[in-house]
Design a protein around this ligand. Sequence first.
Ligand SMILES: Cc1cc2nc3c(=O)[nH]c(=O)nc-3n(C[C@H](O)[C@H](O)[C@H](O)COP(=O)(O)OP(=O)(O)OC[C@H]3O[C@@H](n4cnc5c(N)ncnc54)[C@H](O)[C@@H]3O)c2cc1C
Length: 445
Amino acid sequence: MTNLYHEDIYKFEKPVKSYWESTIDTDNNYKTLDTNFNANIVVIGGGYTGLSCALSLVKKHNEDVVLLEAGHIGWGSSGRNAGFCCIPPAKMSVKKMFKKYGRTETKKFFQNTIEGSNFTKSIIKEYNIDCDLTGDSNFEVAPHPSYFENIKEEAEKYKKEFGIETKVFTREEFNEIGHGGNEQFGAMSYKPGFAINPLKFLIGLAKTANQAGVKIFQKSKVTKIEKVNGKYKIISNNQIINTNKIVMATNGFYKDDIFPKLNNMILPVISNIIITRPLTDDEIQSHNFITNNPVLNIRNLLFYYRLLKDKRFLFGARGDLIGSEESSLEKSKQMEKQMKNVFPNWSDVNIDFHWRGLVAVTTKFSPSIGKLDDDEIYYSFGYQANGVNTAPWAGNELTKLIVSNSKDLNISKIYKGLPSKFPFPKLRLFYLRVALAYYKFKDKY
Ligand SMILES: Cc1cc2nc3c(=O)[nH]c(=O)nc-3n(C[C@H](O)[C@H](O)[C@H](O)COP(=O)(O)OP(=O)(O)OC[C@H]3O[C@@H](n4cnc5c(N)ncnc54)[C@H](O)[C@@H]3O)c2cc1C
């Protein structure tokens, strides 16, 4: 087992003091596993992937499903992200995708990612989940005049190649409908795009899954999986669950410990969020901050932000490379400085919340959905920080593999199959450090 980060970040038993936790009633009634069980399918991980998969298995296919979550329900990244529903889940340019996968698969990939956005929205509606859905599109903002050309090209490509509705705004136009500040030199919008309270969505999904019949156990970390005569023994809290099929839905929090064939494939990258106190109307107006849509500043080391319904400002960025509580605090101070450089009229505004979590990056730079050869182990991970869009949809897609004898899914091949393992996996953070230094250099203008 490789421990890439400080243990602080893997304290499953410790609730994360996110802003979202302050918006809900934190008590829930999910049990902790304290007895042996038999189940046809066990889902490991209680984020959007695991819950959506478990819910579909029970509701659409009438399966017998147990879900095990190491923390409390809502502990993982699904309960603490920024709530942006963006496209696409890839850290690769369209040009590279065309070259690597061809036009047809790339078009299908974009079609699937739009399905992902619509899927997330549709289950919010279908299950009546009150999760403060806001916005009708996403904005990408040029941080410097030299980025505006890229924005225009991207808007054109999205429209022409993928039929996505886009609109370009000059700096002056965006000032009228979006915001001002020091890093706004024009923008584009695309649809679909929106934002949610991620934890309310997660809790609503868990409640729906539980009511449909998924047996959910929290504070039940899986510590070992043994294969005996083609079936599996899952060990958690010193109890054993015998099962026929397993779903790996642990994404960025996977510690290279229980699925040897899936080890060393994920580079968990820390992502941090800070949230201000509620801004006054004057403060909001001082930067013409009008929009409730999610906004992405498209620096190579990108950051993102949005105004919340109680007028607090959320600002997110890549995190540190250590993972301790101390390094997280230090990072949040740097982010506060960065946010105030971009929006200088808020220099006196306090930060009320800061926290972080892990996103999963892989050598494929796109998600991985599938089944292990010679095993009844199914996986879905590597959303490249786009899980609100992708994880619920991917969890639902995965069920089609689990319940049928088919070995294939009718989705773009960009999503399918495993990434290659990282060479010298202990050096993963070193690779990240080098990539970050390169991006920082590219962002100098
Ligand atoms: C700070 C931050 C901001 C982000 N912002 C956005 C955003 O705005 N938009 C967006 O689309 N995406 C965002 N993301 C990414 C997004 O949150 C993830 O892609 C998504 O939540 C992944 O869902 P998941 O269910 O696969 O994983 P998770 O939600 O992380 O769930 C995995 C679960 O597995 C559990 N687990 C791990 N090991 C075990 C084990 N051995 N036994 C039992 N359980 C285990 C973990 O406790 C965890 O709860 C952000 C992530 C972070 C950290």
